[in-house]
Design a protein around this ligand. Structure first.
Ligand SMILES: *Cc1c(COP(=O)(O)O)cnc(C)c1O
Length: 296
């Protein structure tokens, strides 16, 4: 189920409206609920949990976190228990994300936004014996980046000059930079208002040699911040689906693809360029939009 990641040719050389050919790595296709990049980011943590003989995975996230659902699902697959520490008081009606996590057997613990900020204290209070295997929020960390780097080994990555991804914690982008070939450029589009710290957080996951590689952030596509959206973004999503049958999620991939469109329109890339856009998943998040917002 998780082995082959399909590649969708979007625009070919010659008739690309963006001037250069673009393919999409459909990581979203590996599972309907478990978001593409989250699965690959988790694999190293799961192995470590197993080696340590842990019976329970624990992690942190918001009510719409793709990482929470992916962790719940992964735990169930590996016959482990899971605990999700959720930011904010328990709502009357659970989000689809949290309903899915529950369905995969995750125990949800709701904590106030203030308490959520102090993860170290939460961890000690919830798990005083240190019996759980704790995965950082969003899967951020070296093991997460390693999983993305290893994922690249399963695809014809040499065919591309530019790899493009949405950026949350920056773990996926760090993994792409780690695995990048000498002639490749990695472009990341941040979706959170963390412009001041995100480059630093990515660099923490790189060694000196990887730091020399060619990578860049396009900072102007947050559309107001995490999970915020504009009418323009929704229109863009519907148009993209109608014209090239590419379904995007409004939290991550739509913003990244919007940024890529602008970038290709204003940048004159060498003629032999070929772009790979990572569809990192997250489509389940669209369930929180009012019915009829999207045409897919
Ligand atoms: C989490 C997520 C990202 C961001 O990945 P990071 O490794 O945290 O930067 C991008 N796209 C989707 C769909 C996600 O769920």
């Amino acid at each position: 189920m998780f082995s082959v990641i399909p590649i969708q040719p979007l625009f070919r050389q010659g008739d690309s409206p963006l001037g250069r050919p673009v393919d999409v790595l459909r990581m979203d296709k590996i599972h309907t609920v478990v978001s593409g990049n989250k699965w690959f980011k988790l694999s190293g943590y799961l192995q470590q949990a197993q080696q340590a003989g842990k019976k329970t995975l624990a992690t942190f996230g918001g009510a719409y976190s793709n990482h929470i659902v992916a962790t719940a699902y992964a735990a169930q697959m590996y016959k482990l228990k899971s605990v999700g520490i959720i930011r904010g008081e328990k709502p009357a009606l659970l989000s689809h994300t949290l309903q899915n996590a529950l369905a995969y057997g995750m125990e949800l613990l709701f904590v106030s936004r203030t308490d959520y900020k102090d993860k170290a204290s939460l961890q000690i209070n919830i798990d005083p014996q240190n019996a759980y295997y704790w995965i950082p929020e969003g899967g951020y960390g070296k093991l997460g980046a390693d999983g993305i780097r290893d994922m690249l080994k399963g695809i014809p990555v040499w065919d591309y000059t530019h790899l493009v991804t949405a950026v949350g914690t920056g773990t996926t982008m760090a993994g792409l930079i780690q695995g990048a070939l000498p002639y490749q450029k990695i472009i990341g589009i941040p979706v959170l208002n963390n412009q001041d710290s995100i480059m630093q957080e990515i660099k923490v996951l790189l060694n000196d040699q990887q730091m020399e590689k060619d990578f860049q952030l396009l900072p102007d596509y947050t559309f107001g911040g995490y999970a915020k959206k504009t009418a323009d973004l929704i229109t863009f999503m519907n148009q993209t689906y109608q014209s090239v049958k590419l379904p995007l999620d409004f939290v991550y991939t739509a913003k990244a693809f919007y940024g890529l469109n602008d970038y290709l329109q204003i940048t004159d890339l060498p003629t032999d360029s070929k772009v790979l856009f990572l569809h990192t998943g997250g489509l389940q998040g669209n369930q929180s939009l009012p019915a009829g917002t999207l045409c897919y």
